[in-house]
Design a protein around this ligand. Structure first.
Ligand SMILES: *[C@@H]1O[C@H](CO)[C@@H](O)[C@H](O)[C@H]1NC(C)=O
Ligand SMILES: *[C@@H]1O[C@H](CO)[C@@H](O)[C@H](O)[C@H]1NC(C)=O
Ligand SMILES: *[C@@H]1O[C@H](CO)[C@@H](O)[C@H](O)[C@H]1NC(C)=O
Length: 359
């Protein structure tokens, strides 16, 4: 691609008004970023919902966006090869994330964007321990169940925790080899819930007893990615490879599964919005999920390399799916956030926009 053509694709940071509207909601791309930023997760400080903090993976940067004024400020990571992971505001008021490729957890102060690094404890392999980039491969960070930042350490096949007061680390290896934990969220009761993309399971870890429980996904090779819970503590999961999603009731152990292809074939899916291009029309590739304040289950379709172009809304009451297309083609909507009471926020990994579905 000629550099002039590339430049014309690079966003200017201005507000963009484009919408896919239906009685069930409106999808809007509310801000533009650079094509090569590859934004994924959006988080808000609970006391400051007009400021979106967005992880820009390839740019190795955390972006602050005032969603009212559109003003953007960039805070690059200190480690030039760190690569920010999924993130979460924790009870100390700081934004916590890890370095997927680096060897640290990072605490960001939302007042000024300053960052403090907490290097991972030693592996005992001196050559590796001293590298600015490491083998722990932490993918996601969450918490708000105790005074811990809990993270998936895919490289160690373990769930990890750093105490946000003492900065001490603990590592909890998963029972099965090659589980590859990916996304972690606050789970039912005193647990954290996480997906095991290779293990084809969803797991929980109790933050008090540290007991790990695992639930098999019915269809083999579903590649479970999204995990989220509703207000009653029912777990919802998505299978990116299986094109499926479902529930886990941790009281009964019951796992349910719904096929998106079957929903579409039954005429239980409505597509809303401009006919942009993307893989979602053929294969849903459901990714990260969140339950909205409206009780509906939201998940992105075709995040990361899957080049989808839809955000889906499933109503457990009516069993109907509404699929909102992004105005931008091949946008790969990445993660979802449900902190606003009337919208879910997402970022487009490949589409150079930040978006939301207002319901
Ligand atoms: C965001 O922008 C609006 C409009 O300019 C302004 O009123 C508000 O104070 C800003 N919020 C913060 C937290 O800076
Ligand atoms: C789990 O199933 C039991 C028995 O059907 C039910 O009473 C309970 O409400 C379910 N839990 C959730 C979180 O849905
Ligand atoms: C489609 O919706 C109808 C009506 O709500 C329901 O009876 C049926 O089970 C649904 N089919 C699928 C595959 O979800």
């Amino acid at each position: 691609m000629k550099s002039s053509a590339l430049l014309s694709l690079v966003g200017s940071g201005t507000l963009v008004a484009a919408a896919a509207s239906s009685p069930d909601g409106v999808l809007t791309e509310y801000a533009a970023v650079n094509l090569l930023d590859t934004p994924c997760e959006t988080e808000f400080h609970p006391d400051q919902l007009d400021i979106a903090w967005v992880e820009l993976i390839a740019s190795n940067t955390i972006l602050r966006v005032n969603i009212t004024s559109g003003e953007q400020t960039r805070f690059p990571l200190k480690n030039p090869v760190g690569v920010p992971s999924g993130m979460e505001f924790l009870p100390d008021g700081y934004l916590w994330f890890s370095e997927v490729a680096g060897n640290s957890m990072v605490r960001l102060d939302p007042k000024d964007g300053s960052m403090t690094e907490y290097p991972f404890p030693l592996t005992g392999i001196a050559a590796v321990d001293d590298l600015p980039a490491g083998i722990r491969v932490t993918i996601d960070v969450s918490g708000n169940r105790d005074r811990g930042a809990w993270f998936t350490a895919a490289g160690l096949n373990a769930i990890g925790r750093i105490d946000i007061d003492t900065f001490e680390y603990d590592i909890y290896p998963l029972p099965n080899l090659l589980s590859v934990p990916l996304i972690i969220q606050g789970g039912p009761g005193s647990t954290m819930v996480f997906s095991e993309i290779v293990g084809n399971r969803v797991g929980t870890i109790d933050v008090n007893t540290k007991e790990i429980k695992e639930y098999e996904i019915p269809t083999p090779l579903s590649l479970p990615q999204g995990v989220c819970i509703d207000k009653e503590g029912l777990i919802w999961w998505t299978g990116t490879g299986g094109g499926n999603f479902g529930t886990i009731n941790v009281t009964t152990g019951e796992v349910t599964e719904i096929s998106i292809a079957a929903l579409r074939a039954a005429g239980n899916s409505t597509v809303v919005g401009d006919p942009s291009l993307g893989t979602s029309a053929a294969l849903a590739f459901p990714g990260p999920c969140r339950v909205g304040n409206d009780g509906k289950v939201y998940f992105v379709e075709g995040n990361l390399v899957f080049l989808g172009n839809r955000v889906a809304q499933y109503d457990p009451e009516t069993q109907q799916l509404v699929e909102f297309t992004t105005p931008t083609s091949l946008s790969a909507p990445c993660d979802l956030n449900n902190q606003h009471s009337d919208a879910v926020y997402f970022a487009e990994f490949a589409g150079a926009h930040l978006g939301r579905v207002t319901y």
